[in-house]
Design a binder for this molecule. Structure first.
Ligand code: MN
Ligand code: MN
Length: 456
């Protein structure tokens, strides 16, 4: 396949066999999306697939040898997989870092309320959302509740086809005159994102107490248990093909599970090589990589130090050498040019839908503020890997210089001294409840990450 073109799409460049592989990949990816609805469920599914492929917990290892496959599951929300290479770790790792958290609505600590016969949940949105997009659509409630006695209870409402779902109301157009005069960002506010969860009073029992009784019956939880819970409201809709030609996939959380799935399939398929391959699936990217499950904490470096110790390196210089020689693809989505909103992009430097994985030298806002500006030498090295291995790739700046901006985990990884460049799937409707990716671009991510893992 021709690796770089601004005139021929990836579909045009693929042969029949490659097109079939791409559609099969899309089917596996949709299955992953339907299982991996939250960072907890995603990390659990990644660990399940890794275990099936022979990965063992790093904590059970007493030494590491070339070809060993190890993993670390961090606080149920982040995962690291590694395949040990034949070269010393101190010569650097080949890492692909993606994130498994996505924008959504979290429940507040005291969420249940009843008004005018409606029982609803109070939410606090997580990540950058356009609030008006979350109304009048089927929603699911997924997460964990820690009960009074310390037990963890998994909750999932709305994911099975015959489950009830939650629903956020909007005003009818007949009475929407005042709303229609507001700015789109003010029409629906954060405090208005109130998923309805019930409305069935019975005799002297209020509708809210009926819901509490159902929750007690099904999950053994009581109202105070919400104070120690992480419950996320996400779209109940399964991932689906879009287009008669099935060119696209619509689903919740392509950002960044489309890169995470490519990362996972790539490390499971990659041939072990000279360099140690590391696939990172992190949490908390959408709120700035903070918290002890985000990359702005110590767990990734701790994992690297643990691997070094198992290879007989306990001194700080070994860690410094390893980080200094480590090469990382920051695997996160970018925006592709949407013809409906073409004026926010500068076409020559925008990612195009269906033209492959996007290499983004810098992100940030305005004058590259908050950006990891990748070194030309490293971008050149990655570009050569993609060209040599027929990976369909393109360049992609996020948008027009003065239009806004954004960031990824790249700058935090670069702060350790590693070489890092952003490299992810271009997409449409980013951060919407249901986002859109081109199947060929998703497949290109897998090809890119695999080629990178297998390079020296
Ligand atoms: Mn992202
Ligand atoms: Mn994002």
């Amino acid at each position: 396949m021709k690796p770089y073109s601004r005139t021929e799409t990836v579909w045009q460049r693929m042969n029949d066999e490659e097109r079939a592989a791409c559609h099969a990949y899309g089917d596996r990816y949709k299955t992953f999306l339907n299982v991996a609805r939250t960072e907890r469920l995603a990390s659990r599914e990644i660990v399940r697939q890794a275990q099936a492929a022979g990965f063992r917990p790093l904590s059970e290892c007493t030494a590491l040898h070339p070809g060993d496959k190890v993993y670390y599951h961090h606080k149920h929300k982040s995962v690291i997989l590694a395949v040990i290479g034949t070269d010393e770790l101190t010569t650097g790792l080949k890492m692909v870092g993606s994130h498994i958290d996505s924008p959504r609505l979290d429940l507040k600590a005291n969420p249940l309320d009843e008004k005018e016969g409606l029982v609803f949940l109070r939410t606090h949105y997580y990540g950058g959302i356009k609030k008006y997009q979350w109304v009048t659509m089927p929603l699911a409630l997924v997460g964990v509740v820690v009960t009074r006695d310390g037990a963890s209870v998994d909750v999932a409402i709305g994911l099975d086809a015959d489950d009830p779902v939650l629903y956020i109301t909007d005003i009818l157009p007949h009475l929407g005159q005042t709303q229609a005069t507001k700015k789109v960002g003010d029409a629906i506010t954060g405090e208005m994102l109130l998923p309805v969860i019930g409305g069935h009073a019975d005799g002297d029992t209020s509708a809210k107490d009926m819901i509490l009784r159902l929750l007690a019956d099904k999950y053994g939880i009581e109202e105070e248990d919400f104070t120690s819970a992480e419950l996320e409201v996400v779209p109940a809709q399964d991932a689906r093909d879009v287009g008669l030609d099935r060119a696209f996939i619509m689903g919740h959380g392509h950002d960044d599970r489309v890169c995470s799935f490519g990362n996972l399939e790539a490390i499971l398929a990659a041939t072990p090589g000279r360099k140690t391959q590391v696939a990172l699936f992190t949490d908390k990217e959408e709120i700035g990589s903070y918290g002890n499950t985000g990359v702005n904490s110590s767990y990734v470096v701790d994992f690297i130090m643990d691997m070094l110790a198992l290879c007989g390196h306990d001194d700080h210089r070994a860690l410094r050498d390893t980080l200094r020689h480590t090469e990382i693809l920051s695997a996160d989505v970018t925006a592709s040019l949407d013809p409906t909103f073409a004026d926010v992009m500068e076409r020559n430097n925008a990612s195009l839908t269906g033209y492959g994985i996007a290499l983004t030298k810098y992100t940030g806002s305005r004058g590259k503020s908050g950006s990891n500006d990748a070194n030309a030498e490293f971008v050149g090295k990655v570009r050569k890997i993609f060209n040599d291995n027929n990976v369909p790739w393109q360049i992609g700046e996020l948008g027009k210089v003065d239009q806004g901006g954004g960031g990824t985990i790249a700058l935090y990884l670069a702060a350790w001294g590693c070489e890092v460049v952003d490299c992810g799937v271009p997409m449409l409707s980013m951060h919407a409840p249901l986002e859109l990716v081109e199947k060929a671009d998703a497949y290109a991510a897998y090809l890119a990450y695999r080629a990178f893992f297998e390079s020296n």
